[in-house]
Design a protein around this ligand. Structure first.
Ligand code: MLT
Length: 310
């Protein structure tokens, strides 16, 4: 998108923009944020500075973002966990629905992965191993009530297994500990673990989707691998604090969409197993309606599963 078509950018955003990332640096949300920030700079004419604010499954960052000045200088990236699940699981001092939507970015499944020396060779083996090691098996998560935790609880219910959840400040540090053998399994966003799966430093057992990933067609789906129906689509979006003026929302949204149209961004997202929606499903209205539909779908499920943050 030519710079001139961003119209009021110079007038509305005359300084760098801070993008809050609610998890640790190097994890899946951080990676997507940094790719987009680099290209948003071209449109905005100012840097987009990443600030990682971690803790409590993104709710520490959520509160900070909710209370930031609504002047276009602060935006936050978030996802299925931060802007859907957290609203059902945590007693929050903000409402996950109160932000101004900027853009729906992309969606990708999780991978069920294990430490490299885990004896299991496939998902059925993994279920048997977990049953035999119920007193000591561990699964790392990006925090209590995070997507990894919720997926793990559903997996336990579907497989009649029981293992402990270990909370971290993001999926990046979990993956490091999985590779080092400090924890056993992880329900991880594919974008985080695909490079390690490819290099053989973790074991991949299944993808939580009805179809295999184009970026890793060798990994079976949960249906094929023996835990049918465990579908998790981890979508990311970008929001601004409530009350951010519409003209700033529009400039920011166009900058994200221009970044998503860049061939280099599209290629990198494809490598990470990320599906970018078509342009007419990326803007503020599309993100609002996607988030609303996800809340309508998941809040009753999470509440009836009695998943707690503590
Ligand atoms: C992260 O960046 O650490 C993740 O998005 C956390 C998660 O899987 O929810």
């Amino acid at each position: 998108m030519p710079l001139a078509s961003l119209g009021a950018r110079a007038e509305t955003l005359a300084r760098p923009v801070t993008m809050i990332v609610p998890f640790a640096a190097g994890g899946p949300t951080d990676v997507l944020a940094r790719i987009l920030a680099e290209y948003m700079r071209n449109s905005l004419g100012h840097p987009v500075v990443i600030e990682n604010i971690t803790g409590a499954s993104g709710t520490v960052a959520g509160l900070r973002a909710a209370r930031a000045a609504p002047d276009g200088s602060t935006i936050t990236i978030g996802h299925w966990g931060t802007h859907c699940l957290n609203g059902a699981i945590y007693q929050l001092q903000y409402d996950v629905r109160e932000f101004e939507p900027i853009a729906l970015i992309a969606s990708g499944p999780q991978l069920i992965i294990g430490r490299p020396d885990l004896p299991a060779q496939n998902l059925k083996d993994l279920v048997s191993w977990l049953k035999a090691n119920a007193d000591k098996a561990t699964s790392g998560t990006a925090g209590p009530g995070s997507g990894a935790h919720v997926a793990g609880v559903f997996f336990q219910q579907l497989t009649q297994t029981n293992f402990s959840f270990v909370p971290y400040r993001g999926a990046g540090p979990v993956l490091n500990d999985l590779m080092a053998g400090h924890i056993d399994v992880m329900f991880d966003q594919a974008s985080n673990s695909l490079p390690q799966v490819k290099s053989g430093t973790v074991k991949a057992f299944a993808v939580t989707a009805p179809a295999r990933l184009a970026a890793a067609p060798e990994i079976p789906t949960v249906d094929e691998a023996g835990v049918p129906g465990l579908y998790i689509a981890y979508w990311h979006g970008i929001w601004a604090p409530k009350g951010t003026p519409p003209e700033m929302v529009s400039v920011l949204s166009k900058a994200v969409m221009a970044a998503l149209a860049e061939p280099a961004v599209r290629a990198r997202f494809a490598e990470l197993g990320q599906d970018i929606p078509p342009p007419d499903k990326q803007g503020p209205a599309a993100l609002r309606s996607h988030q609303t539909a996800e809340i309508d779908k998941w809040w009753p499920i999470v509440k009836s599963a009695n998943i707690k943050a503590e």
